[in-house]
Design a protein around this ligand. Structure first.
Ligand SMILES: *Cc1c(COP(=O)(O)O)cnc(C)c1O
Length: 360
């Protein structure tokens, strides 16, 4: 019997997808071998890759002037790869709204001119910067944002107003595919797979074609977006199993009715958890400004941290796992990605209410 897995990542995947993977593991479509064992150059795997890309384009409505790349190295490698490919000797703006965008900003500092265009660190990353707090450079090579801060639980539902001609680069690792997004508003979107897409080891980059071909001369070819795009993400061996599994997740989301339907479920799930926190009379607390509370990652603290261990132990008894908060924030964190069912959320809310009733 499976647990309810609230881990921030690697995270829960749809059970039906894993069952299909299990069934196909040794013998994919009667080929007498599994995907992991196949040449990436053969027509079976290239078919899997192209179908995954087509389904992702369909789900997200990716315009035809964008390339979809299936890469390795995680989102963290993108923190370096993006400035290498896009800076072109110019400067880029970074907005720091939590641990992940801060890491991206720091990494980019090694690679060229970057500016801090805004930060909410002084408010402990519990809000987003107001429009008048951003100092955006109209000449910037790009503006980098993390649109869902996985650790602090801060989600951007609106993009800031960006100077004309400055492409927005967004780290969407922990909320890609959680709702429809207008891809045309971004120059580049990237996401590590292990939150809402599939297994770790795969990172997806969606990049507007006019941003290709500006890489600095020292950029290794496996890190060069233009080279990877020319080779259909197959300059070298791509993470084949991850791409296959991601493709099954895309089909699963399409079968649910696409991202508009997925969003409705995610809204309902997040509302249940935030209502439980806000309705607890202060027993539980989430510090994030209401309009930017993440639908995917819900950090919360107990008013009495001495009860944390007991809360987690009772959660484990009910088969609710992965709830311990990130060490930098403390308390708890419920990651309620696409694959977390409403049943799992109800089980968590049941525990929260029960526990508070006994301990308050
Ligand atoms: C998890 C995460 C990362 C880091 O991903 P890795 O695959 O470990 O490099 C970066 N950004 C965000 C928003 C994340 O949630």
């Amino acid at each position: 019997m499976r647990i309810f897995n609230f881990s921030a990542g690697p995270a829960v995947l749809p059970t039906t997808v894993l069952e299909q993977v299990r069934d196909e593991l040794l013998d994919w479509h009667g080929r007498g071998m599994g995907i992991m064992e196949m040449s990436h150059r053969g027509k079976d795997f290239t078919g899997v890759l192209h179908e995954a890309e087509a389904d992702l384009r369909d789900l997200m409505g990716i315009p035809s002037n964008y390339k979809v790349l299936f890469l390795q190295g995680g989102a963290t490698q993108q923190f370096a790869q993006i400035p290498m490919n896009l800076l072109a000797g110019r400067s880029a703006d970074y907005v720091v709204t939590g641990s992940w965008s801060k890491k991206a900003y720091k990494e980019a500092q090694h690679l060229g001119g970057v500016r801090l265009a805004g930060s909410t660190e002084a408010s402990a990353f519990t809000c987003l910067p107001a429009a008048n707090e951003l100092k955006l450079d109209p000449q910037a090579a790009y503006l980098h944002l993390c649109t869902n801060e996985t650790i602090h639980g801060v989600e951007m539902f609106d993009l800031p107003e960006v100077p004309a001609g400055v492409p927005v680069v967004a780290d969407m690792s922990s909320h890609i595919l959680s709702r429809p997004m207008d891809v045309s508003r971004y120059g580049l979107i990237y996401a590590g797979a292990q939150k809402n897409i599939g297994p770790a080891g795969l990172v997806i980059v969606i990049v507007r074609e006019d941003l290709l071909g500006k890489a600095s001369a020292i950029t290794p070819s496996v890190m060069n977006f233009a080279t990877m795009a020319e080779h259909d993400s197959m300059l070298n061996t791509p993470p084949t199993f991850g791409i296959y599994l991601a493709g099954l997740v895309f089909k699963n989301l399409k079968a649910q009715g696409g991202l508009a339907a997925v969003e409705q479920t995610n809204i309902a799930k997040a509302k249940r958890v935030y209502d439980a926190i806000d309705g607890s009379g202060g027993f539980y607390r989430n510090p994030v400004d209401a309009p930017c509370r993440s639908r995917m990652n819900v950090p919360f603290t107990l008013a009495n941290p001495a009860l944390d261990a007991e809360f987690l132990a009772e959660a484990a008894e009910r088969r609710l796992e992965g709830l311990k908060g990130h060490k930098s924030v403390g308390g708890m964190r419920a990651s309620i990605y696409n694959a977390m069912s409403l049943d799992g959320v109800e089980a968590l809310v049941g525990l929260m209410q029960d526990f508070a009733a006994r301990k308050a």
